[in-house]
Design a binder for this molecule. Structure first.
Ligand code: GLY
Length: 271
């Protein structure tokens, strides 16, 4: 196809709707697969893999509805086998860190690789220079070593010797959001039952959008609570997280009911 033919074809696709802005069209490969969030730490020279997590970006069960910042997450991400992790480090993360160092811009800190695990192998969708939300909540539940020395080692250039250890268990978090999120939602609605939920074994509740006033807790944001639990399996962590959710009395809030479903399906199949 000549350039002129391509332009005519694109014109007919866009119907001139975007005027000049439609004069340039970027055609990208459509990637089909499973998404995973992969984390690594860098000190400018050394790079250490952390672990992976998977989040659920759509607002409703079965991954339906509009995108959100994340309605829940779990770690480990079964799709990230040790072989895939080694490949991601060798083919994606280590070359990135090396290139930044070679360009005189050494990167120190967290690298969050948003991956698509396609049939052809792991593909990088985006990098973030931060931990993810709600991935951090599950990562921190699984971390057996102290996060502060790990981060200091990034600063000091001693990451190769840093103590980084993980608990051999699954962590899963359910986001409780204000009804209407990610659209308009009410603020300052009271949340009760938090103490009873947090008192459950293996449960930790992280507050993302709340305020305490006069001994009461009120919702102040869209994504409000991360009800997080650990277990020997994803199914166990999920059951514990939803047991805690059931103790929370917040009629103006909602959550997805299927966080971790892919991993639980894999567990059922013994994969
Ligand atoms: N959970 C996605 C993000 O933090 O970007």
């Amino acid at each position: 196809m000549t350039l002129a033919e391509a332009e005519t074809a694109i014109d007919s696709i866009l119907g001139g709707r975007f005027g000049h802005a439609g004069a340039e069209v970027v055609i990208e490969e459509f990637l089909e697969g499973e998404e995973a969030s992969f984390f690594a730490l860098c000190d400018g020279t050394h790079v250490r893999a952390l672990v992976a997590a998977q989040d659920h970006k759509r607002v409703f069960d079965n991954d339906e509805g509009p995108n959100t910042g994340g309605m829940g997450a779990y770690s480990p991400a079964p799709v990230m086998t040790p072989e895939l992790t080694a490949r991601v480090m060798k083919e994606i993360v280590e070359p990135t860190v090396r290139a930044m160092r070679d360009k005189g811009m050494p990167y120190k800190g967290v690298l969050y690789a948003g991956l698509m695990i396609a049939k052809s192998g792991p593909q990088l969708i985006e990098y973030n220079a931060r931990f993810g939300d709600p991935e951090t909540q599950v990562l921190m539940m699984r971390l057996a070593s102290d996060v502060v020395p790990m981060l200091m080692a990034c600063h000091d250039g001693t990451l190769d010797r840093a103590d980084i250890r993980w608990k051999d268990e699954v962590a899963l978090t359910v986001v409780m959001a204000a009804a209407g999120y990610p659209g308009d939602y009410r603020k300052n609605t009271e949340i009760k039952g938090l103490a009873g939920a947090a008192a459950l074994d293996h449960v930790q509740i992280f507050h993302a959008g709340t305020k305490a006033e006069g001994g009461h807790i009120y919702a102040t944001g869209g994504r409000v609570l991360n009800v997080t639990a650990t277990g020997a399996t994803t199914a166990e962590a999920q059951a514990r997280a939803y047991e805690a959710v059931a103790k929370i009395d917040w009629p103006e809030g909602f959550c997805r009911r299927d966080i971790g479903y892919r991993a639980i399906e894999r567990e059922k199949q013994g994969a």
